[in-house]
Write a protein that binds this ligand. Sequence first.
Ligand code: A2R
Length: 314
Amino acid sequence: MKALIIGAAGFVGSYLIQHLSDTYDWEIHATKLSSETFDASDIRIHDLDIMNTVEIEILLKKLRPDYIFHLAAQSSVALSWKNPALTVDINIKGTLNILDTIRNIPGYSPKILLIGSGEEYGYILPDETPINEQVIPRPGNIYAATKACQNMLGSIYSRAYGLHLIMVRAFNHIGPNQAPIFVVSDFCKQVAEIEAGIKPSVMRVGNLQAKRDFTDVRDVVRAYGLLIQKGQAGETYNIGSGHAIAIQELLDKILSLSEKNISVELDTARLRPADIPVIEADIQKIQQLTAWKPEISLNQTLLETLNYWRENAL
Ligand code: A2R
C-alpha cells in the first residue's frame, strides 16, 4: 500500500508519519509547502501547495497513492478571526482542489481521510452533549465554518462521484511540539519561561470557563490509521476522549506540575469574539467500528508538553 500525507509539516504530520512508519508496512509519501522544512528519513517528501491544482494533479498522477490523509489547513481558530479569507481559501478551496483532481483522474479511487474538527458542532444545546455525529453543526467561528463546509463537500463528492471519502471530526489534540497559539502549549510555554526566569511569575490567560475535550495527538493519529482502512465512504467519525474538562482545571493541573508560585491574570486579547461553553465528543461510532480508545492520560500529555517547553522555550 502507498500512503500520502498532505500537509505533513505541521503538528499532526510528524506524529502521523511516525505512527504509520512504526505500524504499517506501507510506502509513505508526505507533502510540505516549499517554504517549510522538515526532516523525516525513510519517507519521500514532496513540495505541494493545495491552492495549485496543476501541482496536485502532477503529484497524484505520478504517485497514485492508495491512501490520502489530508491534513493541510489553516488550523488556528484565533487566526481565522484575523484572516477569514485565507482560512476559507485553504480549508475550502484547497480541499475542493484535491477532491476535483482525484475525481478527474480516470480509474483512480483512493481512500481519502478529510480531517475536520469538533469545533464544527459549534453552538451545542445542553441536551446534545456529548455530541454524536448526527447533531447538525452550528459553527461558531470562521475556522469551524470552513471545516463544516469541507465535511459537506466530502459527503457530496462521496455520494455524487463515488469517492471513498472518510470524514473525521477531531476534538482538541495536544502534545509536545504543538504551536503555542493553542491553549495547552501556550500555558506550558509560559510556565517554562517563568521557571527559567525570563518572564515574571504571572500567567496570562483567556476564558477559563470553556470546557473542551482533549486527546493526546499520538492517540489521534492511531485513530486516523484505523479509519482510513475501516471507515465507510461518506461517513463522519468523531475522535476525542469523550470527556470535557474546563480550561481552569487544565491550568490548575499544569500549575501543579511546577514548584514555582505563579499567579494568573486575565488577558483580554486572548478572549475570542464568540466562545462555545462546552464541547465534548461522543466516540461510540469509531469505537464500534475499530475498538479504538485513547491510551495516553491527560496528566502524562501535560507533563510531556511542559517538559518539551522546558527544553525548547529558551
Ligand atoms: O500554515 P503553515 O505554513 O504552518 O502550513 C500548514 C500547511 N498548509 C498548507 N499545505 C499545503 N498547501 C497550503 N496552501 C497550505 N496552507 C497551510 O498545512 C501546516 O504545515 C499544515 C497543517 O498543519 P498545522 O497547521 O500544524 O495543523 P495540525 O495541528 O497538524 O492539524 C492537522 C489537521 C488540520 O486539518 C487541522 O485543521 C485539523 O487537523 O485539526
